[in-house]
Ligand binder design. Structure first.
Ligand SMILES: Cc1cc2nc3c(=O)[nH]c(=O)nc-3n(C[C@H](O)[C@H](O)[C@H](O)COP(=O)(O)OP(=O)(O)OC[C@H]3O[C@@H](n4cnc5c(N)ncnc54)[C@H](O)[C@@H]3O)c2cc1C
Length: 401
């Protein structure tokens, strides 16, 4: 089969945004609003799915719960950005092209890389073959099928970070006949203040989740996980949530990346090796005063907004501004009826204040639903208007100037 080239208008500046997740959608809606009505700029968004993946709700999908049907083309409607559905298989930074589904080629002048990350199943032998992940909606549905078919048995959740905690709690609540074991190097909620941590632990105990902290999984077998001390824990299903890696596409494209495959950026979110490529969300390694940002929607959406503002400035012959971001909170669901929200300092260290119980559930739900009102506000924004709430509710991004 021949390769189809999509060249667009010869004179237009082609901005191609890879990934319509939280960060990519923020970039697309923001940039499209900025350049709307301006001749000569074309914004294209590429994603494998037409349905928006609510990654923050994949632990719900994995337990058979239905989440909203959100269509990317509908969310982009009226923005002027065009949507291309397809799987990105390669980026050629020399030719400035993106290959989609192996048979289509898109040309770009500016590329925004926002394809997110996946659970790092390469870290331990057997995880790739035998463990489930929450890397995509399809992966979450596979686990949902397995859990629905298990009458009784043990589910091991490997990784005691936030995804592991939320998943273990959700599985225990939805499938009370299953034994749920949460394994990890650290105590769940280790980065929280003592009150939030104790609340979280009590909630896991109430749900019947067995917590094994201070352990290292060294192998995943078809029916068990093996720990560093030689002990094995029998498992009818293993969910791998430990670590994140970015697709080998980034390194194969010759982009400078870190050890997780994340694209190294300068202060304006441009690749340090290829300044016409911007990196956003989980796929980017973005250094701030306190260290490299870790993957969250909280930080990912502002990176998308900032990349859009930077591209717009460059197109207008101006210098892009540096990106600055401070964390604000760590919201963790503990099933559908309980949650804990740890408020944080900008460097993500815990403050004394936290929310628990119903208040925290409501807060978490508001945060999880936050993209839709935010994208809506962006769509309506006049090109010169403020884009991200200054000192906003969800971030301290300073860029809305
Ligand atoms: C269970 C769970 C709960 C979470 N809870 C929270 C929370 O409460 N708060 C918070 O801030 N963060 C939370 N996170 C983290 C958050 O979801 C991620 O940080 C966020 O989704 C990253 O956004 P992104 O746009 O970079 O990537 P994504 O949202 O993962 O989007 C990437 C997009 O790229 C597409 N894609 C990927 N590869 C290809 C390809 N090769 N070709 C075409 N398309 C492709 C995907 O379809 C997807 O639409 C949670 C994560 C999980 C798994």
């Amino acid at each position: 089969m021949g390769v189809r080239q999509e060249t667009g208008t010869a004179t237009a500046h082609r901005v191609v945004i890879l990934g319509a997740g939280y960060a990519g959608m923020a970039a697309a809606v923001q940039l499209a609003a900025r350049v709307k009505g301006r001749e000569g700029v074309r914004v294209t968004v590429v994603d494998a799915q037409e349905r928006f993946t609510e990654r923050m709700r994949l632990h719900m999908t994995a337990t058979g719960q239905r989440t909203a049907e959100l269509s990317i083309p509908e969310l982009l409607e009226g923005t002027g950005a065009r949507f291309v559905r397809g799987w990105v298989t390669a980026v050629d930074t020399a030719a400035k092209t993106v290959r989609i589904d192996d048979d289509r080629v898109l040309r770009y002048d500016t590329l925004v890389y926002g394809l997110g990350g996946v659970a790092d199943t390469s870290a331990v032998p057997g995880a790739e073959d035998h463990a489930y992940t929450l890397s995509s909606a399809q992966d979450a549905e596979l686990l949902a099928d397995r859990l629905a078919r298990l009458g009784s048995g043990t589910v091991v959740v490997a990784g005691s970070g936030l995804t592991g905690i939320e998943s273990a709690a959700e599985i225990a609540e939805r499938h009370p006949q299953l034994s749920v074991v949460l394994l990890g190097r650290q105590e769940p909620g280790a980065a929280m203040n003592p009150r939030a941590r104790a609340y979280l632990r009590a909630a896991l105990d109430r749900l019947g989740v067995r917590v094994c902290a201070g352990v290292e999984v060294v192998k995943v077998l078809p029916d068990a996980v093996q720990l560093a001390g030689g002990e094995s824990i029998a498992a009818d299903a293993v969910l791998w949530t430990s670590g994140t890696r970015v697709s080998p596409l980034t390194a194969a494209a010759g982009l400078a990346v870190d050890e997780h495959g994340r694209i190294l950026t300068d202060a304006a979110l441009r690749s340090v090796s290829h300044p016409e490529v911007y990196a956003i969300g989980d796929a980017a390694a973005i250094r701030q005063g306190y260290g490299v940002m870790h993957g969250t929607c909280q930080g990912g959406m502002p990176t998308g907004v900032h990349a859009a503002l930077s591209i717009d400035r460059v197109l207008r012959g101006k210098q892009p501004k540096p990106f600055r971001f401070g964390y604000y909170h760590t919201p963790v669901s503990l099933g559908r009826r309980d949650a804990v929200v740890q408020f944080t300092r900008p460097d993500d260290s815990p403050r004394r204040i936290c929310l628990t119980g119903r208040m925290a559930v409501r807060y978490k739900e508001t945060v999880t639903a936050s993209p839709w009102p935010t994208y809506g506000r962006m769509k309506k924004m006049p090109a010169s208007g403020a884009i991200w709430p200054r000192g906003g509710r969800f971030t301290r991004n300073q860029e809305a100037q």
